[in-house]
Write a protein of this length. Structure first.
Length: 295
């Protein structure tokens, strides 16, 4: 009681934030968890709210569209996460060098990440246009194609086109975070290594990469978490099409809820996504705590 009295003003100031967090985050999660074990098919309102146990999960795992969305999501994650990380890492190394106009380059590189997703997708849709897009025009001019490509209309190309947009928009965040890590590496380590006769590749392998490992792990886990719940880019570009080629798990859940009105099925998928996100969040928090203890 004495401790409470001593900190009561702190609790008073924190209470509004706690209430908002409970209302905005905790209540929807609990509500979705309840709906995941109930029948919530809006075209059958008479049965809404009936307990069905794990039936929604069983239907989801039998659904071909769900299996397709899982495979598309895995490809999406396995390609875009390493690509954004490697491109961001290379950009950070370049921006860490001394050259004329470095400050301007550092400011410009953040633009793709800062631009809203809706604006980004609108620009890329125009660039991908089969008849008037600049990408087709450039590819024809250099002789790589003889006929225009429908980047967002072809099932074999649409996912690659969406991943390209994701990589372009996401790599600046990695670059800025890793650049901050590079700035924290003592220059004395590089100077001593150069005195010992090391080359650039050896310094990269034995100094830069090991010293960047903590921040690299945090950035990598963040990329995975964000990519699991990525929705805007693939939906705005192609709405999961053509023929479900870009239907990642988040788009599948959206279609289940707001096109098929099967909120029970969508809720069960949402709980599955939450589980995966919590697993990676656990490793992310552990990494953060480890770094704080090391300081």
């Amino acid at each position: 009681m004495l401790k409470y009295n001593r900190n009561r003003w702190a609790y008073f100031f924190v209470a509004p934030l706690v209430i908002v967090m409970l209302a905005v985050f905790l209540y929807p999660i609990v509500r979705v968890a309840i709906m995941s074990v109930q029948d919530w098919y809006m075209v059958r309102p008479a049965t809404n709210g009936e307990f069905v146990g794990m039936d929604n999960f069983a239907r989801m795992f039998r659904d071909r569209s769900f299996k397709n969305s899982v495979s598309v999501s895995l490809v999406y994650i396995l390609i875009t996460v390493p690509a954004r990380f490697l491109l961001g890492f290379g950009t950070a190394l370049l921006l860490n060098q001394h050259f004329k106009g470095r400050a301007i380059a550092r400011a410009l590189v953040i633009i793709p990440w800062a631009v809203p997703e809706a604006v980004t997708c609108l620009v890329w849709i125009l660039m991908y246009d089969k008849d008037f897009g600049i990408i087709n025009s450039m590819l024809r001019n250099i002789g790589l194609i003889s006929e225009n490509i429908g980047f967002l209309q072809s099932r074999s190309v649409a996912l690659n086109a969406a991943m390209a947009v994701n990589i372009w928009k996401g790599f600046p965040f990695v670059a800025i975070m890793l650049l901050a890590g590079l700035q924290g590496i003592p220059s004395e380590l590089y100077e001593a290594s150069m005195v010992d006769g090391s080359n650039a590749l050896q310094r990269l392998r034995h100094i830069t990469i090991p010293m960047l490992r903590p921040v690299s792990m945090i950035v990598f886990l963040l990329l995975v978490i964000w990519t699991i719940r990525d929705f805007g880019i693939v939906f705005l570009l192609a709405r999961g099409g053509p023929s479900q080629a870009t239907e990642v798990l988040t788009v599948y859940l959206y279609q289940s809820a707001f096109t098929k009105f099967d909120f029970g099925l969508a809720s069960s998928g949402g709980m599955l996504m939450l589980l995966f996100a919590l697993i990676f969040s656990y490793f992310y928090i552990r990494m953060i705590n480890r770094e704080e203890r090391a300081l």
